[in-house]
Write a protein that binds this ligand. Structure first.
Ligand SMILES: *[C@@H]1O[C@H](CO)[C@@H](O)[C@H](O)[C@H]1NC(C)=O
Ligand SMILES: *[C@@H]1O[C@H](CO)[C@@H](O)[C@H](O)[C@H]1NC(C)=O
Length: 203
Protein backbone atom coordinates (compact mmCIF):
# COMPACT_ATOMS: atom_id res chain seq x y z
CA UNK A 1 0.00 0.00 0.00
CA UNK A 2 1.50 3.36 -1.03
CA UNK A 3 1.96 5.71 1.88
CA UNK A 4 0.00 8.94 2.09
CA UNK A 5 2.45 11.85 1.76
CA UNK A 6 0.26 14.17 3.87
CA UNK A 7 -0.01 11.69 6.67
CA UNK A 8 3.75 11.00 6.68
CA UNK A 9 4.55 14.74 6.78
CA UNK A 10 2.22 15.09 9.81
CA UNK A 11 4.19 12.28 11.45
CA UNK A 12 7.46 14.17 10.78
CA UNK A 13 6.03 17.29 12.36
CA UNK A 14 5.06 15.35 15.45
CA UNK A 15 8.55 13.82 15.56
CA UNK A 16 10.09 17.32 15.31
CA UNK A 17 7.80 18.48 18.11
CA UNK A 18 8.87 15.57 20.25
CA UNK A 19 12.56 16.33 19.56
CA UNK A 20 12.05 19.98 20.51
CA UNK A 21 10.36 18.89 23.73
CA UNK A 22 13.22 16.55 24.52
CA UNK A 23 15.74 19.33 23.89
CA UNK A 24 13.75 21.69 26.11
CA UNK A 25 13.57 19.10 28.90
CA UNK A 26 17.30 18.33 28.67
CA UNK A 27 18.05 22.06 28.73
CA UNK A 28 15.87 22.47 31.80
CA UNK A 29 17.55 19.56 33.56
CA UNK A 30 21.02 20.92 32.78
CA UNK A 31 20.02 24.39 33.96
CA UNK A 32 18.61 22.91 37.18
CA UNK A 33 21.82 20.90 37.69
CA UNK A 34 23.93 24.04 37.32
CA UNK A 35 21.66 25.96 39.70
CA UNK A 36 21.70 23.11 42.26
CA UNK A 37 25.51 22.86 42.04
CA UNK A 38 25.63 26.62 42.60
CA UNK A 39 23.30 26.39 45.59
CA UNK A 40 25.34 23.53 47.11
CA UNK A 41 28.52 25.57 46.69
CA UNK A 42 26.82 28.60 48.22
CA UNK A 43 25.46 26.57 51.15
CA UNK A 44 28.90 25.06 51.61
CA UNK A 45 30.35 28.52 51.77
CA UNK A 46 27.77 30.26 53.92
CA UNK A 47 25.93 27.70 56.05
CA UNK A 48 28.89 25.53 57.03
CA UNK A 49 30.72 28.68 58.06
CA UNK A 50 34.10 27.42 56.98
CA UNK A 51 37.08 29.46 57.94
CA UNK A 52 39.29 30.65 55.14
CA UNK A 53 42.62 28.81 54.95
CA UNK A 54 45.80 30.75 55.49
CA UNK A 55 49.54 30.39 55.79
CA UNK A 56 51.81 32.08 58.30
CA UNK A 57 55.43 32.05 59.37
CA UNK A 58 55.50 30.58 62.86
CA UNK A 59 59.23 30.32 63.34
CA UNK A 60 62.53 30.82 61.60
CA UNK A 61 66.24 30.58 62.19
CA UNK A 62 69.23 32.14 60.49
CA UNK A 63 71.49 29.11 60.51
CA UNK A 64 74.35 30.78 58.73
CA UNK A 65 75.23 34.12 57.19
CA UNK A 66 78.65 34.66 55.80
CA UNK A 67 80.13 37.52 53.83
CA UNK A 68 83.68 37.05 52.61
CA UNK A 69 86.22 39.73 51.71
CA UNK A 70 85.34 39.56 48.03
CA UNK A 71 81.76 40.48 48.89
CA UNK A 72 80.33 37.02 48.29
CA UNK A 73 77.35 36.23 50.52
CA UNK A 74 76.17 32.81 51.62
CA UNK A 75 73.23 32.16 53.85
CA UNK A 76 71.30 29.26 55.25
CA UNK A 77 67.90 29.72 56.83
CA UNK A 78 65.08 27.65 58.17
CA UNK A 79 61.57 29.04 57.85
CA UNK A 80 58.60 27.21 59.31
CA UNK A 81 55.36 28.04 57.52
CA UNK A 82 52.09 26.78 58.94
CA UNK A 83 49.27 25.95 56.52
CA UNK A 84 46.00 26.22 58.41
CA UNK A 85 42.68 24.75 57.33
CA UNK A 86 39.93 25.92 59.67
CA UNK A 87 37.25 24.13 57.65
CA UNK A 88 35.60 21.43 59.75
CA UNK A 89 33.91 19.77 56.76
CA UNK A 90 36.50 19.68 54.03
CA UNK A 91 40.12 18.85 53.31
CA UNK A 92 42.22 21.59 51.80
CA UNK A 93 44.67 20.97 48.96
CA UNK A 94 47.66 23.27 48.99
CA UNK A 95 49.69 23.59 45.80
CA UNK A 96 52.11 25.87 43.98
CA UNK A 97 53.71 26.93 47.27
CA UNK A 98 56.62 29.19 46.45
CA UNK A 99 58.26 32.04 48.30
CA UNK A 100 61.27 34.19 47.53
CA UNK A 101 63.61 35.32 50.27
CA UNK A 102 65.51 38.47 49.42
CA UNK A 103 68.03 40.72 51.11
CA UNK A 104 68.37 44.35 50.05
CA UNK A 105 66.50 43.60 46.86
CA UNK A 106 68.75 40.66 45.98
CA UNK A 107 67.00 37.27 45.77
CA UNK A 108 68.91 34.88 47.99
CA UNK A 109 66.76 31.79 48.22
CA UNK A 110 63.60 30.13 46.96
CA UNK A 111 61.28 28.27 49.32
CA UNK A 112 59.29 25.65 47.45
CA UNK A 113 56.98 22.88 48.64
CA UNK A 114 55.33 20.05 46.72
CA UNK A 115 51.51 19.88 46.80
CA UNK A 116 50.12 18.66 50.10
CA UNK A 117 46.81 18.09 51.87
CA UNK A 118 45.63 19.50 55.15
CA UNK A 119 42.82 17.55 56.77
CA UNK A 120 39.67 19.03 58.25
CA UNK A 121 40.15 21.55 61.02
CA UNK A 122 43.88 21.10 61.22
CA UNK A 123 47.22 22.43 60.11
CA UNK A 124 50.53 21.31 58.66
CA UNK A 125 53.87 22.91 59.48
CA UNK A 126 56.31 22.96 56.62
CA UNK A 127 60.01 23.35 57.36
CA UNK A 128 61.73 25.15 54.54
CA UNK A 129 65.43 24.62 55.02
CA UNK A 130 67.25 26.55 52.31
CA UNK A 131 70.84 27.24 51.55
CA UNK A 132 71.74 29.97 49.10
CA UNK A 133 74.29 29.65 46.35
CA UNK A 134 77.25 32.02 46.80
CA UNK A 135 75.87 35.44 45.85
CA UNK A 136 78.33 38.07 44.64
CA UNK A 137 77.22 41.45 46.00
CA UNK A 138 78.20 44.83 44.65
CA UNK A 139 80.21 46.99 47.11
CA UNK A 140 77.16 48.96 48.21
CA UNK A 141 75.13 45.83 48.98
CA UNK A 142 78.10 44.27 50.74
CA UNK A 143 78.39 47.36 52.94
CA UNK A 144 74.70 47.15 53.86
CA UNK A 145 75.19 43.54 54.93
CA UNK A 146 78.28 44.46 56.94
CA UNK A 147 76.32 47.14 58.75
CA UNK A 148 73.52 44.66 59.43
CA UNK A 149 75.98 42.16 60.88
CA UNK A 150 77.62 44.83 63.06
CA UNK A 151 74.30 46.07 64.40
CA UNK A 152 73.16 42.46 64.89
CA UNK A 153 69.99 42.93 62.86
CA UNK A 154 69.40 41.38 59.44
CA UNK A 155 66.12 41.94 57.64
CA UNK A 156 64.94 39.73 54.79
CA UNK A 157 61.89 40.13 52.61
CA UNK A 158 59.69 37.10 52.16
CA UNK A 159 57.24 37.18 49.28
CA UNK A 160 55.20 34.46 47.67
CA UNK A 161 51.99 32.53 47.67
CA UNK A 162 50.27 29.19 47.75
CA UNK A 163 47.05 28.05 46.12
CA UNK A 164 44.39 26.34 48.19
CA UNK A 165 41.35 24.41 47.09
CA UNK A 166 38.39 23.13 49.04
CA UNK A 167 36.09 20.57 47.52
CA UNK A 168 32.47 21.48 48.25
CA UNK A 169 29.72 19.07 47.27
CA UNK A 170 30.13 16.71 44.33
CA UNK A 171 30.89 19.37 41.73
CA UNK A 172 31.93 22.55 43.45
CA UNK A 173 35.26 23.70 44.72
CA UNK A 174 36.40 26.95 46.24
CA UNK A 175 39.83 28.29 45.47
CA UNK A 176 41.96 30.73 47.38
CA UNK A 177 45.27 32.38 46.86
CA UNK A 178 47.19 32.89 50.10
CA UNK A 179 49.86 35.54 49.78
CA UNK A 180 52.72 36.32 52.09
CA UNK A 181 54.58 39.60 51.90
CA UNK A 182 56.51 40.38 55.03
CA UNK A 183 59.83 41.07 56.65
CA UNK A 184 61.79 38.42 58.52
CA UNK A 185 64.20 39.88 61.07
CA UNK A 186 67.03 38.02 62.72
CA UNK A 187 69.76 38.58 65.27
CA UNK A 188 72.70 37.13 63.31
CA UNK A 189 74.88 36.80 66.42
CA UNK A 190 72.69 34.23 68.10
CA UNK A 191 70.79 33.31 64.89
CA UNK A 192 67.41 33.95 66.43
CA UNK A 193 64.30 35.10 64.64
CA UNK A 194 62.55 38.20 65.89
CA UNK A 195 58.90 37.13 65.76
CA UNK A 196 56.52 39.43 63.96
CA UNK A 197 53.21 39.17 62.18
CA UNK A 198 53.69 37.33 58.90
CA UNK A 199 50.45 35.78 57.73
CA UNK A 200 48.14 35.69 54.74
CA UNK A 201 45.13 35.87 57.04
CA UNK A 202 43.05 39.00 56.58
CA UNK A 203 42.70 41.06 59.74
C1 LIG B 1 38.49 22.22 65.58
O1 LIG B 1 39.67 22.57 66.28
C2 LIG B 1 39.46 23.38 67.41
C3 LIG B 1 40.79 23.79 67.98
O2 LIG B 1 41.82 22.93 67.65
C4 LIG B 1 38.63 22.59 68.43
O3 LIG B 1 38.38 23.39 69.56
C5 LIG B 1 37.32 22.20 67.77
O4 LIG B 1 36.57 21.40 68.66
C6 LIG B 1 37.59 21.42 66.49
N1 LIG B 1 36.32 21.13 65.83
C7 LIG B 1 36.03 19.93 65.32
C8 LIG B 1 34.70 19.77 64.68
O5 LIG B 1 36.82 18.99 65.38
C1 LIG C 1 69.56 36.92 70.87
O1 LIG C 1 70.14 38.22 70.88
C2 LIG C 1 69.23 39.28 71.09
C3 LIG C 1 70.00 40.59 70.97
O2 LIG C 1 71.20 40.56 71.64
C4 LIG C 1 68.54 39.13 72.43
O3 LIG C 1 67.63 40.17 72.65
C5 LIG C 1 67.81 37.79 72.45
O4 LIG C 1 67.23 37.58 73.72
C6 LIG C 1 68.80 36.66 72.14
N1 LIG C 1 68.03 35.42 72.07
C7 LIG C 1 68.46 34.27 72.58
C8 LIG C 1 67.56 33.09 72.43
O5 LIG C 1 69.53 34.18 73.14
Amino acid sequence: MPSNPKFSSGNDERRTHRLLWCAAIICTILTLAVIIAGIITFLGYVVIHPRVPYVSVINARLDRIQLDYAGVLEIQVTVVIRAQNGNEKSHASFSHSGYILSLNGEDVAKLIAPPFEVSKNSSVDFNYDVQSLPIPLDPEQAEDVEVALKTDLVTFDLKGSTRVRWRVGPLGSIRFLCRLNCKLRFHPLNRTYIPSRCTSKAK
